[in-house]
Write a protein that binds this ligand. Structure first.
Ligand code: PBG
Length: 325
């Protein structure tokens, strides 16, 4: 019997590194950060060990740490002091996200600063759009979402990332940015965002749980993959520069299809529960945290992601540094 000797190419660490198809580097990482209005210092988020709510002072110090680690980008989430029915704090000129963007760019102008554009954290209903008669209304929400994106861009954001899943938001944001001579600001669309239970810890972190109902009328059904392609096609037509798949872990098939179908850069969001599950098991001593996290990051690259938004970013950056030493 003849057979193939696949083990030849695994025989030493040198040969394994020569034939390795995908590699995670610090250049792939974007760190999501929560900035809280009125807070001084930082508080750890209960459901997300190691992840903090930052006041602006502590946020500034953390930006310096991240820059030291070589992490190229962050995405900012805000916790405003006030919420109302029009989500006014989402697009306030001196809102918490707007201020955080100014702080980050002042601290490190080379850091790529992204902002999450959504209404849920700023809205008294906790929904990503405006609510009328118990319904999340699409077209009126677009006005406020575009206004929010504009205020982030005017504060200095390099990339705005709409996560609301209203139809037409990419087109509206692009139009409003261009009208204000902000044609260099990019749009990273959360094109494919599922109505996922994996956002649970984030809603505690961002105080953004919906006050009634759920997000299933705007976020996608986890059972659908072809629909993801339709969402992504629309966003590309509307002017998205980059496309996101979210969550990451349970949606590698979708990421792979996106990679095959589009030439735009693909981002994935390794979301809060994906992070917290790893942290919880690691704390119990049940898993090798570093091994598990690096394997997860590698799987995102293998599935086609160009960049990874992950709460593990500082750890991954540190581990990669150690490996290179
Ligand atoms: C805002 C938003 C959410 C996340 C990112 N942007 C929450 C949601 O849609 O309910 C989730 C991120 C995470 O779980 O880490 N719409």
């Amino acid at each position: 019997m003849t057979f193939h000797r696949h083990r030849r190419l695994r025989a030493s660490s040198g040969i394994r590194s020569l034939v390795r198809e995908h590699q995670v580097t610090v250049n792939d990482l974007v760190y999501p950060m929560f900035v809280e209005e009125g807070l001084s210092g930082a508080n750890e988020i209960g459901a997300m060990p190691g992840v903090m709510h930052y006041g602006l002072d502590a946020f500034r110090r953390e930006i310096a740490n991240l820059s030291e680690l070589g992490i190229p980008g962050i995405i900012v989430f805000g916790l405003p002091a006030e919420k109302d029915e029009r989500a006014s704090s989402a697009y306030a000129e001196r809102g918490i996200v707007q201020e955080a963007v100014r702080v980050a760019k002042a601290e490190n102008p080379d850091l790529v600063v992204m902002t999450d554009v959504c209404l849920c954290q700023y809205n008294s209903t906790g929904h990503c759009g405006i609510v009328r008669d118990g319904k999340i209304v699409n077209d009126d929400s677009l006005t406020l979402i575009a206004k929010t994106a504009l205020s982030h861009a005017q504060a200095g954001a390099d990339i705005v990332a709409p996560s609301d899943m209203m139809d037409g938001r990419v087109a509206r944001i692009r139009e409003v940015l261009d009208e204000h001579q902000l044609e260099d600001v990019s749009i990273l669309s959360y094109a494919v965002k599922y109505a996922s239970a994996f956002y649970g810890p984030f809603r505690e972190a961002a105080h953004s749980a919906p006050s009634f109902g759920d997000r299933k009328t705007y976020q996608m059904d986890p059972a659908n993959a072809r629909e993801a392609m339709r969402e992504a096609v629309s966003d590309v037509e509307e002017g998205a520069d980059m496309l996101m798949v979210k969550p990451a872990l349970s949606y590698l098939d979708v990421m792979y299809r996106m990679r095959e179908a589009f030439d735009q850069p693909i981002a994935t969001y390794n979301v809060s529960a994906e992070y917290s599950m790893v942290k919880a098991a690691a704390k119990q001593g049940w898993i090798d945290e570093r091994g598990i996290v690096m394997e997860l990051m590698t799987s995102f690259k293998r599935a086609g992601a160009d960049m990874i938004l992950t709460y593990h970013a500082p750890d991954v950056a540190r581990w990669l540094k150690e490996e290179n030493r």
